[in-house]
Design a protein around this ligand. Sequence first.
Ligand SMILES: Nc1ncnc2c1ncn2[C@@H]1O[C@H](COP(=O)(O)OP(=O)(O)OP(=O)(O)O)[C@@H](O)[C@H]1O
Ligand SMILES: [Mg+2]
Length: 470
Amino acid sequence: MAFSVIGFSVIQLMGEYLFTQRTRDDQRIADNLAEAFSGYLVAFDAQSIYDAALEAARAQQGRVLVLDALCVVQVDTASEMNGQRFITAEIDGVLKGSDGDYGFYDAGSAGNAGNYWLRAALNGFSGVNAMTGLYASPIKSGGSLVGVVVYISQVQEIYESLRDIQIKILSWMAIVALAVLLVNALVLRTITRPIGELNEGISRMSKGDLSARVRVRGNNEFAGLARAFNSMSERLEQLDKSRSQFVSNASHELKTPLSTMKILTETMVYQDPLDPAMAKEFLTDINKEIDRLNRIVSDLLTLVNIDSGMKLNLTDLDIGALLQEQVKRLSPLARENGVELECQAKESLEVRGDALKLQQVVYNIIDNAIKYTPRGGEVRCALSRAGKRAVIRVTDTGVGIPEEDLPHIFDRFYRVDKARSRETGGTGLGLSIVKQFVLLHGGTIDARSAPGKGSTFIIELPLAEKKKEG
Ligand SMILES: Nc1ncnc2c1ncn2[C@@H]1O[C@H](COP(=O)(O)OP(=O)(O)OP(=O)(O)O)[C@@H](O)[C@H]1O
Ligand SMILES: [Mg+2]
């Protein structure tokens, strides 16, 4: 819209400019002739008037008429209207005292109002259907009007060049309009629509619908945005699912010891009289269940802390000493279970880490190895160095882990043999905590196993950077 307004204004301005320019030039020709003729008139030099008129007409490719004060044509460079009375609005204006006047006529329709000579004057010169300009200028002598110069010139080419400009501008406008439409369609396809869909997806998600996904179109930045949105909502959905799974698993794990305690307590309550020996036995069992509850709750709290961005309390520590310490702590359990526990950690390696967390890591792995190794078996720990890493290996000759379970043992609440783990008091949280702790230290943990023969857990931790002396 604005564009077409500008286009039309440009056409109008161009037209006005061309016409003023032209009329100014033509009027000057008429004025100059009038001035020259005034001199010739004073000298009664009719021949010079005729010659000058002819010369001007030829030079400007126009027609010159010289009229006396009574509007009778004295000179006509086209030798057609001599002796005829000729009057137009412009000539009349000059007679009434104007310094000069001009008008434009279409030679085809001029004179339809009855002015026969007007048509003759224009047609005789420029042919049919051409735009023609008529300039009248007073010839003065001693201050009084003695005649009128009429100069007729064709302005058709101005009209034509104006029409050319008009056509050009209009065609450019059409092209630009088309381009605007195309760009609009493109913008709608590549920007507006994807943003709209993304908007809808976000508002669905903010209302709690985590299954919201948007369509990925093409391969531009918006497609990237859509992909990022989809992977974000997928991740949120997964997180939401695993969170509810976690809560349900946790509740289940807490329920088991509570039910046991409830049964034991009720049995004692309804026993009359209460057998002190039995009461003592039941209370011992209840005490064990309380320990178990305690362990589960502290494991759950540890996981919650990890999820909410746990901070490590870092120091440089001797990992060999730490390993030996935990082996010593677990020796009584190994003895009780009839498992031989041995440790080879002669090398002293320094690791930058959180002592309490790494103790828990090593303790859990050795604890598992003892728990899942039958009487008469062996558990061997070893520490070595591989490049810039400390490698801890815990190998047992226990029950092993089936291949299909191996990828899941680090998942929360995952147990290979639920009944057996329950017997050994396991909740399936130990390894998931171990893995998180190792990852927090920038390390890795891996498990290899041959079912029936035993398993090996390998933990790699980055060594502490050696401080340069001085
Ligand atoms: N050394 C091992 N040999 C055989 N199976 C193992 C070994 N270590 C772990 N597992 C299997 O992996 C499962 C997960 O271990 P994890 O330590 O997470 O749980 P848990 O020992 O059952 O319980 P928790 O450690 O929470 O008390 C165990 O239930 C067990 O089935
Ligand atoms: Mg365990």
